[in-house]
Design a protein around this ligand. Structure first.
Ligand SMILES: Nc1nc2c(ncn2[C@@H]2O[C@H](COP(=O)(O)OP(=O)(O)OP(=O)(O)O)[C@@H](O)[C@H]2O)c(=O)[nH]1
Ligand SMILES: [Mg+2]
Length: 223
């Protein structure tokens, strides 16, 4: 009985996600859904990414948080339009929450919409928002066992940012084993080793993301 209820909720989310996707496509937006544990560095990576991409692509940001607007306030300082969603307790965003804030943006003026999900390695991945791709952020301080313990986020993500590599000497993380496990779960995933603190790897990741945005724009122009 419980299973049936869950299936009902998920398929209703899928329906709304498809509607969101249609709106994104009609407006030529490339949309990424950034997921990862609390404190993995999602917002810090995003801040650094915005600083690099701000002159190359028109950005918008949706910040998902359980209660506060702290992350949205951080993003606002970088001069891009940002809207906060507070889930009021839920451990993930859903497509309906995203749909409601879309009307607050001038979508035709945005090329890349970044959605930072609620900090959680498990729940967000089960709820599509209508995004083009999912991105996982894993801090290396979380440990190299995390991909095998929480495989779904790595299976579903198009890229993973291994953040906080500046702290490597203070951890016992085995980067080879971390990379091998991630590739075992998802052979096609892109892996970026990054320090949002020092800026290491941010250029490579940002260039890759920009390529994805341009690819979608080209495809839309052809169709
Ligand atoms: N040393 C180091 N610290 C980092 C790095 N990236 C982020 N931090 C720090 O890690 C802490 C958490 O970073 P956030 O960007 O807020 O993490 P988050 O994933 O957005 O967290 P939630 O939104 O709460 O889930 C902050 O104190 C950051 O300054 C990094 O590459 N190296
Ligand atoms: Mg954050």
């Amino acid at each position: 009985m419980e299973i049936k209820v869950n299936q009902g909720i998920l398929s209703s989310n899928e329906r709304t996600a498809l509607e969101n996707k249609k709106v994104f496509d009609e407006n030529g937006l490339f949309v990424i859904n950034i997921m990862g544990s609390p404190g993995a560095g999602k917002t810090t990576v995003l801040e650094k990414t915005i600083d690099i991409l701000v002159n190359s692509v028109k950005l918008g940001v949706i910040e998902g948080d359980i209660y506060t607007s702290k992350d949205a306030q951080r993003i606002e300082k970088h001069g891009v339009p940002v809207k906060q969603i507070n889930t009021g307790g839920a451990c993930h965003l859903d497509a309906g929450m995203v749909s409601k804030v879309l009307t607050d943006f001038r979508l035709s003026e945005i090329e890349l919409l970044v959605i930072e999900n609620v900090g959680n390695l498990v729940c967000p991945v089960e709820f599509n928002l209508g995004e083009d791709i999912k991105i996982a952020v894993l801090s290396i301080t979380e440990g190299d066992d995390k991909p095998m313990k929480y495989p779904l986020i790595f299976r579903e993500s198009r890229a993973v940012i291994l953040n906080k590599v500046d702290l490597i000497d203070f951890t016992d993380v085995d980067m080879n084993s971390l990379r091998t496990d991630i590739k075992r779960i998802n052979p096609k995933i892109e892996i970026f080793e990054v320090s949002a603190r020092t800026g290491q790897g941010i250029n490579e990741w940002s260039r890759w993301l920009l390529e994805k945005v341009k690819d979608k724009n080209v495809k839309n122009a052809v169709n």
